[in-house]
Write a protein that binds this ligand. Sequence first.
Ligand SMILES: [Zn+2]
Length: 113
Amino acid sequence: MIEGSCHCGAVHLSVPDAPADLSSCNCSICRRIGGLWGYYRPDQVSVSDPDGRLVGYVHGDETLTTWHCGKCGCTTHWSPRDPAYERMGVNIRMFDPAVWAELPHRLVDGASW
Ligand SMILES: [Zn+2]
């Protein structure tokens, strides 16, 4: 189990282990927020937000919600709006760089989708 949090510590994330690789996407939102995504099944990810700081943002084709901490502004993860979709993205930048700095990065051309 590895754990991360937003900058202010209001939102905590935990995942079973580091992802095999990380995705850096050039779509209209990812290029702005600079997310570096590790993908997991939603049931593998624990999101703790005891003070209710998470703010969701839905855009475009409305297939997913991108979440950020309303206190410090860090984007923490995205989740599918369709509960049957078995993948979500965790912004691995919320974790200690020792966890992810050496992992391979995959460039995802989301801007072309
Ligand atoms: Zn925060």
